[in-house]
Design a binder for this molecule. Structure first.
Ligand code: 5RP
Length: 262
């Protein structure tokens, strides 16, 4: 079951492990989606097995719900939980003001609903996700299938008048077919290059008919935990302004998760 983790996974695991320490018995916890969030789910599963941590999770995708169940996390619906103590999730990009691009894994809609329904949202990420200006990562927008080509055209026209560097809205594919989200919708990835005003863009995108939600998370994230390839982590809290550094703890670590399938 052993094998060395590559530096990128050491970084993701370090951030996930640090975030898992924020989880306390009795909490209702939003569980994100993606490879970094998968490390988190496994770290929480380890704590359940080793110390009897007792939490209830709300998953942001069917993939996360399955993994969480596999590692022993009780899963409920957001309707049942209503409000969460904490959500921990990955990100595709984050800036110095804690604005995020999310949705690379196609789960942005549930992720945004769950994160917004939480007292605190923590982002876990490797250092490559930190950017000066959002937008190099194509911005995912979840759209209805009905009239999708019209929605695409309207989005491209609208982007021409905004502070961005590109306006192509590209349908996300899975093989030969359109990618389908957990809600049965599709994704248009906006190749905007650079987002001059993320707050404005987040607001206006949702005005276009057919748009269900966009992947800009503004004023949602409270804490960012950044992992590095040497196993060290940095945390930044937007509310207190606190910054900490710790580690490395896992630089020479075996892949303790090799026996749990992704
Ligand atoms: C899924 C997401 C993910 O959080 C984002 O894509 C980051 O994923 P990873 O941790 O695999 O880099 O938004 O919709």
């Amino acid at each position: 079951m052993t094998g060395q983790l590559p530096p990128i996974d050491i970084a993701k695991h370090a951030a996930a492990k640090a975030a898992s320490a924020l989880v306390e018995t009795g909490m209702k916890v939003g569980l994100g989606t993606g490879s970094t969030a998968a490390f988190l789910v496994k770290c929480i599963g380890e704590r359940i097995a080793s110390e009897g941590l007792d939490i209830t999770g709300v998953a942001t995708s069917t993939a996360t719900a399955k993994l969480a169940t596999d590692v022993g996390i009780k899963i409920t619906t957001l309707d049942e939980a209503r409000w969460l103590d904490l959500t921990i999730d990955g990100a595709d990009e984050y800036d110095a003001d804690f604005n995020l691009i999310k949705g690379g894994g196609g789960a942005l809609l549930q992720e945004k609903i769950v994160a917004t329904a939480s007292d605190r949202m923590v982002v876990i990420a490797d250092a490559t996700k930190k950017v000066d200006t959002l937008g190099a990562f194509p911005l995912p927008v979840e759209v209805l299938g009905f009239g999708m080509k019209t929605t695409q055209m309207l989005l491209e026209e609208m982007l021409e008048g905004l502070d961005v560097m590109g306006n192509r809205a590209v349908p996300r594919m899975k093989g030969e077919a359109l990618f389908v989200t957990d809600e049965g919708n599709h994704i248009l990835d906006l190749h905007v290059g650079r987002i001059g005003n993320a707050r404005q863009l987040a607001l206006v995108l949702n005005q276009v008919p057919g748009v269900v939600e966009n992947g800009l998370f503004i004023d949602i994230c409270d804490l960012i935990i950044t992992g590095h390839g040497d196993g060290s982590v940095e945390t930044r809290d937007i509310n207190s302004g606190d910054q900490t550094k710790s580690g490395p703890e896992l630089a020479e670590h075996d892949n303790v998760f090799a026996d749990i399938s992704e």
